[in-house]
Design a protein around this ligand. Structure first.
Ligand SMILES: Cc1cc2nc3c(=O)[nH]c(=O)nc-3n(C[C@H](O)[C@H](O)[C@H](O)COP(=O)(O)O)c2cc1C
Length: 180
């Protein structure tokens, strides 16, 4: 597929086949994804991969420490995300400088989009999610994230159980103007 087709056929996939994704493939895709612009070569990222039985381990550890009245809601959210065979937490170090942090978020976003497109090229489907719980100290500590890092996104990865068409976008022609 051409890059144009890879961009236009990428869609957020909610449900997946019960088929594992090779760790070596995920590692290869991440390794390519990180060739993105990043200011001063800060390389502001690292990754935690949750797959196989570790999804259940993480869920149990998290739910048993949650206040009882949050368990039902969070369990529903986790179950939806953990339907995918592999989940990648994209992490970003927090900076002391707000402008640096915005730049680092932009670099992270580019890296993640690279990953989504490379996954599409390999016949994998993905869904990027940012549920509120990823910002909590409890979830971060259970996942093994440092207090001076954020989870910029969780990305579900797997083989789609059905094909979906891309959602329509407003054409660029309707959004652009030439500076006069
Ligand atoms: C930063 C960011 C956060 C997102 N968070 C969520 C989320 O928490 N839950 C969700 O279902 N989708 C989430 N999405 C996916 C968008 O809803 C989805 O990309 C959008 O509806 C367009 O659909 P498409 O990806 O199929 O083109 C997020 C996307 C981005 C870029």
């Amino acid at each position: 597929m051409t890059l144009t087709n890879l961009i236009k056929t990428r869609v957020s996939q909610k449900t997946y086949l019960d088929q594992e994704v090779q760790r070596s493939l995920i590692e290869e895709l991440l390794d390519t994804s990180l060739y993105v612009p990043n200011h001063k070569m800060r390389e502001p990222w690292r990754f935690i991969i949750i797959d196989g039985k570790q999804k259940e381990v993480l869920k149990t550890r998290y739910l048993e420490q949650l206040p009882k009245d949050h368990v039902e809601d969070i369990e529903k959210q986790i179950d939806k995300i953990f339907k995918a065979p592999t989940i990648i937490a994209f992490l970003m170090p927090l900076s002391l400088d707000y402008d640096d942090e915005i730049e680092d978020l932009q670099a992270n976003a580019m890296l993640i989009q690279n990953f989504l497109l490379l996954a599409n090229e390999k016949g994998l489907s993905t869904h990027l999610k940012t549920p509120l719980f990823i910002k909590t100290d409890l979830f971060k500590s259970i996942l093994g994230v440092n207090p001076r890092e954020i989870v910029s996104a969780l990305v579900m990865v797997g083989y789609a159980d059905k094909n979906s068409a891309a959602k329509r976008r407003t054409p660029a022609a309707e959004l652009l103007s030439y500076y006069k």
